[in-house]
Design a protein around this ligand. Structure first.
Ligand SMILES: Nc1ncnc2c1ncn2[C@@H]1O[C@H](COP(=O)(O)OP(=O)(O)OP(=O)(O)O)[C@@H](O)[C@H]1O
Ligand SMILES: [Mg+2]
Length: 265
């Protein structure tokens, strides 16, 4: 049997006295689309930070294709085929949209932007890949615009294009729908499906529960750092514990969480 793309066993992460994650067991197969939902502070972004090597978990282990990750390094995870976006989009504002995507292709390892970009602009295969990603993310028309002047929706799609530039096996998307408005929902859903259709596995963290559950093969619900439920989306949607703890409640916070609202997109 081949090893799963990703496996977490007993993963915990504490920050001082705060247990952000506890007892997380999780596997992800190639090409699978997993949605992770849960209220603010549930540990979703922390889970991404552990998987992408930004945090070393304080308990448990992570395996990527059967290799136990002992020394965590973000660039190492990148080399292993893990791409990600951040909850707060982080394009390099001084560069064009196109150069931001170009730089995503391993550019994080380069110290100086200009020397990193110079050899890349001559690489025809890489240029073609960037063109194709700009097309996929509907950014071709603004490829030469400065990344600092983008709408939130364009920024989100640029983040996704950058995360795909190194041809990862899995991409971790942290709230790609945040701030994009109702008009952006359907194109975003189509984009996420298109990524999966390319054979790239996706882990989607999303507050828009309807969007998250309509796209995924499997959903995982986090609450207070623990897995509350896990399974096919229809099972999770009807799970009493999930409904009580999360679905259908509108928290006083900044984001809508009701299924109705997100379903109506
Ligand atoms: N670097 C850190 N230092 C201390 N506490 C942290 C750190 N990162 C996260 N936390 C805490 O861990 C808990 C989980 O945070 P996390 O950001 O993972 O939640 P989340 O599910 O992504 O929430 P949101 O939906 O608001 O993005 C929170 O209580 C948060 O304050
Ligand atoms: Mg978060």
């Amino acid at each position: 049997m081949s090893e799963p793309l990703l496996r977490l066993e007993g993963v915990g992460m504490s920050f001082g006295g705060l247990q952000a994650l506890a007892d997380i067991d999780l596997t992800l197969a190639d090409g699978e689309l997993l949605s992770v939902i849960g209220p603010n502070g549930a540990g979703k972004s922390t889970l991404f930070n552990v998987i992408s090597g930004i945090y070393e978990p304080t308990a448990g282990s992570v395996w990527v294709r059967g290799d136990k990750i002992t020394r965590f390094r973000p660039d190492h995870m990148h080399a292993k085929g893990i791409g990600r976006t951040f909850q707060i989009a982080r394009p390099i504002g001084s560069l064009s949209v196109r150069d931001n995507v170009l730089l995503g292709a391993g550019g994080h390892r380069m110290r100086h932007l200009t020397t990193a970009l110079r050899p890349r602009t001559k690489d025809v295969a890489l240029r073609d890949r960037v063109d194709e990603l700009l097309d996929l993310t509907d950014l071709t028309g603004i490829a030469h615009h400065s990344a600092s002047a983008l709408t939130p929706g364009d920024q989100r799609r640029l983040e996704i294009a950058r995360a795909l530039a190194d041809e990862p096996a899995v991409v971790l998307l942290d709230e790609p729908a945040a701030g994009i408005g109702a008009d952006g929902m359907r194109p975003l859903a189509d984009l996420i499906r298109a990524i999966r259709d390319r054979g790239v596995a996706v882990v989607l963290v999303e507050h828009y529960v309807g969007l998250a559950l309509s796209l995924c093969d499997r959903a995982l619900v986090l609450e207070s750092g623990r897995i509350l439920a896990q399974g096919p989306p229809e099972q999770v949607r009807s799970d009493e514990r999930v409904i009580r703890a999360y679905l259908g409640t509108r928290r006083s916070g900044r984001k809508p969480t009701s299924t109705e609202e997100a379903d109506s997109e």
